[in-house]
Design a protein around this ligand. Structure first.
Ligand code: SAH
Ligand code: DHB
Ligand code: MG
Length: 215
């Protein structure tokens, strides 16, 4: 059985309402099973406010927005104006427009603006934009967090490149700097899980913000 066949088997049993997104998009969105993982993590942690870096078509955004209760809020950051506009339409079509804000711009800038606006703290943050900048996002995300905030980062394995110190892939290098920063941050308790599936071999990092020295 191939990883994709196994994904299809599991999806057909476990995914009841796969979000529909339209538009010309690269195949970079999370898989249905991964989207549901994000949804369940949000519900398990009782998240009411969620921050996402990297919207694309709004697929993961919709999974996350379905997890927040009435009055909850998802803010999703996207650099590409065409993706942002298309995602807005997909999110509205899914009936979730009232609880999702799509913010256009480079995430470093939109994060700084959210900090200046005192928009935090968010209960859950999903980091899934340009992975080469993940280490720059972490301190900004921490400024929008509180003890108990769940931080999830996508694509942290990339077929194993992350574990290769010689890798010249800027994505792998950014993720390595991100893990160095996570490991050095006393407020974070973290793990990472490798995944296989229809998108190949990759993985998620999951971190919990604590007061300090949580371990
Ligand atoms: N979270 C989405 C997939 C995101 S793909 C899902 O799973 O459905 C990564 C997205 O990050 C792309 O849409 C890309 O345009 C966006 N992106 C890349 N660099 C960015 C930056 N500097 N700031 C904000 N978004 C960025
Ligand atoms: C790719 C996959 C992702 O999940 C993502 O967020 C960005 C890029 C990729 O396979 O290239
Ligand atoms: Mg991703």
């Amino acid at each position: 059985m191939s990883w994709s066949e196994i994904d299809r088997y599991l999806e057909q049993l476990l995914i009841e309402d796969d979000p529909e997104v339209e538009g010309e998009l690269p195949p970079d969105q999370v898989t249905p099973l991964e989207g549901k993982l994000l949804h369940l993590l949000a519900r398990m942690s009782g998240a009411r406010t969620i921050l996402e870096l990297g919207t694309l078509g709004g697929y993961s955004t919709i999974w996350l927005a379905r997890a927040v209760p009435a009055g909850g809020r998802v803010v999703t950051l996207e650099i590409d104006p065409a993706y942002a506009k298309n995602a807005r339409a997909n999110i509205d079509r899914a009936g979730l427009g009232d609880r999702v804000e799509v913010r256009l711009g480079p995430a470093v800038e939109t994060l700084a603006r959210l900090i200046a606006e005192k928009a935090g703290p968010f209960d859950l943050v999903f980091i899934d934009a340009d992975k080469s900048s993940n280490d720059r996002y972490l301190p900004l995300v921490l400024q929008l967090s509180r003890p108990g905030t769940v931080i999830v980062a996508d694509n942290v394995v990339r077929g194993g490149a992350v574990a290769d110190p010689e890798s010249t892939d800027p994505h792998a290098q950014g993720v390595r700097r991100f893990f160095d920063a996570v490991a050095a941050e006393p407020r974070l308790s973290a793990t990472a899980i490798q995944t296989v599936g229809s998108k190949g071999h990759d993985g998620f990092a999951i971190a919990l913000v604590g007061p300090s020295n949580p371990d």
